[in-house]
Design a binder for this molecule. Structure first.
Ligand SMILES: [Zn+2]
Length: 131
C-alpha cells in the first residue's frame, strides 16, 4: 500500500475504520514520516475543534489573517522540503480549525438554522430534503 492508497484513511478516527483499514493505516504510518505527520495534524485538528467548539469568546477580527502571516513567514524560512510540507499541513489544519470553529459558533447562535454549517463545502442533501 502506498501513500496514495492510505491518504483517504488518514483523517478518520480509529473507530470509523474497519479493523483491516485501521491495520493498513497503522502499518503504513509506522514507516512513512510524511503520512505520520499528516495523521498527527488531523489528530491535533480534531482535539482543537473539540476545544474551540466550546469556547464562547469570538476571536477578534484579523486572528486568522495574523496566524496565516506567521505561518507563511515560517514556511519561507524553511529550506528542508519535508519541514516545509509539514508546515503547510499544519497551516491547513489551523485554517480548517478556525473556519469550522467559527462556523460552529455561528450555527449555535442561530438555532433555527438547521442547514449545513456555513463556510464548509460539504453538501448535505439530507438537510436540504428535510426542510
Ligand atoms: Zn505515506
Amino acid at each position: 500500500m502506498g501513500c496514495h492508497d492510505v491518504r483517504p484513511l488518514l483523517p478518520a478516527r480509529v473507530e470509523e475504520l474497519s479493523p483491516l483499514e485501521a491495520r493498513i493505516r497503522a502499518e503504513h504510518v509506522a514507516g512513512c514520516p510524511r503520512c505520520a505527520a499528516e495523521a498527527a495534524a488531523y489528530n491535533r485538528l480534531v482535539y482543537a475543534l473539540a476545544a474551540m467548539a466550546s469556547l464562547e469568546a469570538e476571536p477578534v477580527d484579523g486572528t486568522l489573517e495574523r496566524a496565516l502571516a506567521v505561518l507563511d513567514r515560517r514556511r519561507a524560512l524553511m529550506t528542508d522540503p519535508r519541514l516545509a510540507m509539514f508546515a503547510a499541513g499544519s497551516a491547513g489544519a489551523l485554517v480548517a480549525t478556525l473556519v469550522v470553529a467559527h462556523a460552529l459558533r455561528q450555527r449555535r447562535r442561530a438555532p433555527r438554522d438547521t442547514g449545513p454549517i456555513r463556510g464548509l463545502m460539504i453538501p448535505a442533501p439530507a438537510f436540504a430534503r428535510a426542510k
